[in-house]
Write a protein that binds this ligand. Structure first.
Ligand SMILES: [Zn+2]
Length: 335
């Protein structure tokens, strides 16, 4: 197994190397915005050189949060589709092997209609980036009108798109929240058998290693530090004990609240893999002796505007509460 993390675009390869990881995942621009300036060719060259020089790869690009390829609303669908096609092209420019995207939410239009829209976008992206990355669909925690909670659903989407360049990125947090209990060797075997019977194991191309705050089947998409959530160390050991995941890159998307979080999570996962035989003990030589300074994506101080909004929201909440309380009091006194 090759281990990596989701890191900030511009300093990703260098930071990955400092932490001792091999694989890398990035957003190819602002994950909360539609607009992206064209990539500067010099930046692209430097990024690709940094990847090579630091021995980092494979590279995965994760889709922007706003993209909903199954959107029912025509305007949102067009924005999503155009943005997706552009991002897949950017991923190709950066030399990414994988582009990871959630299938999306059909917003009440139904799974069939949603899948047709997704398939259209995938065909468009492949047409525009003929040599581009493999498009990996990520399984989701479920809930609402979200598609891709079950492996059958992912398989149906791949079938609808009829695209050879598609695969699965298996997110451990989402799988547990969706109800797949892989926390014992037998459970892990069952889950991988299901993937094989539906999507086909050759299409399982990448793992997202995240522990889960939500319980089994909770449909809660809340990532937790490795070993500290509902999957736990034993759960990851069980998954790693199945040889069918041994050749996969594993990328962490765990929360980063403190300076050492990224290093701790990464090396907890690597140690569990080494103990289970999923990774060679040689990998332990890459561990930095001390935590490299400059943890990124730390919690930033909220902007004044955001604070104002928060305060206004709190005010509304408290007035509604008081109103409701006084209403209840009145009702009581009437009696
Ligand atoms: Zn994920």
């Amino acid at each position: 197994m090759k281990f990596g993390m989701h890191l900030t675009f511009s300093i990703g390869p260098q930071r990955a190397k400092e932490l001792g990881c091999q694989a890398l995942q990035i957003f190819c621009g602002n994950p909360r915005g539609w607009q992206k300036n064209p990539l500067d060719p010099e930046f692209v060259k430097k990024f690709r050189d940094d990847m090579l020089a630091n021995g980092v790869g494979p590279l995965a690009v994760h889709a922007t949060y706003l993209i909903n390829l199954a959107a029912r609303d025509d305007r949102l669908f067009k924005l999503s589709c155009d943005s997706f096609v552009m991002e897949v092209a950017r991923a190709a420019q950066l030399g990414a092997q994988f582009y990871v995207v959630h299938i999306g939410n059909h917003m009440g239009a139904g799974a069939d209609a949603g899948r047709k829209r997704v398939a259209h976008c995938i065909r468009e992206a492949v047409k525009h980036s003929p040599n581009g990355p493999e498009i990996l669909v990520e399984n989701t925690a479920g809930g609402g009108t979200s598609l891709g909670t079950t492996f059958e659903e992912v398989a149906a989407t791949i079938e609808e798109a009829a695209c050879d360049r598609m695969g699965l990125c298996l997110d451990t947090c989402h799988a547990l929240a969706a109800g797949y209990d892989f926390r014992t060797p037998d459970g892990a075997k069952k889950m991988l058998d299901t993937i094989d019977a539906t999507i086909g194991l050759k299409r399982l191309r990448c793992l997202h290693l995240n522990d889960s705050k939500g319980e089994l089947g909770s449909h809660l998409d809340r990532h937790e530090h490795i070993g500290k959530g509902q999957i736990g160390a034993a759960g990851f050991r069980a998954l790693f004990s199945d040889k069918r995941v041994w050749d996969l890159p594993a990328i962490l998307e765990t929360p980063r609240e403190a300076d050492n979080d990224e290093l701790d999570d990464l090396w907890t996962a690597i140690n569990l893999a080494v103990e289970s035989g999923a990774a060679s003990a040689d990998i332990l030589k890459n561990k930095p002796r001390t935590a490299p300074p400059g943890a990124i994506r730390q919690k930033r101080a909220p902007k004044p505007k955001a604070l104002e909004k928060k305060a206004a929201k709190a005010k509304i909440a408290s007035t509604t509460k008081t109103k409701a309380q006084s209403k209840a009091k009145k009702e009581k006194s009437k009696k």
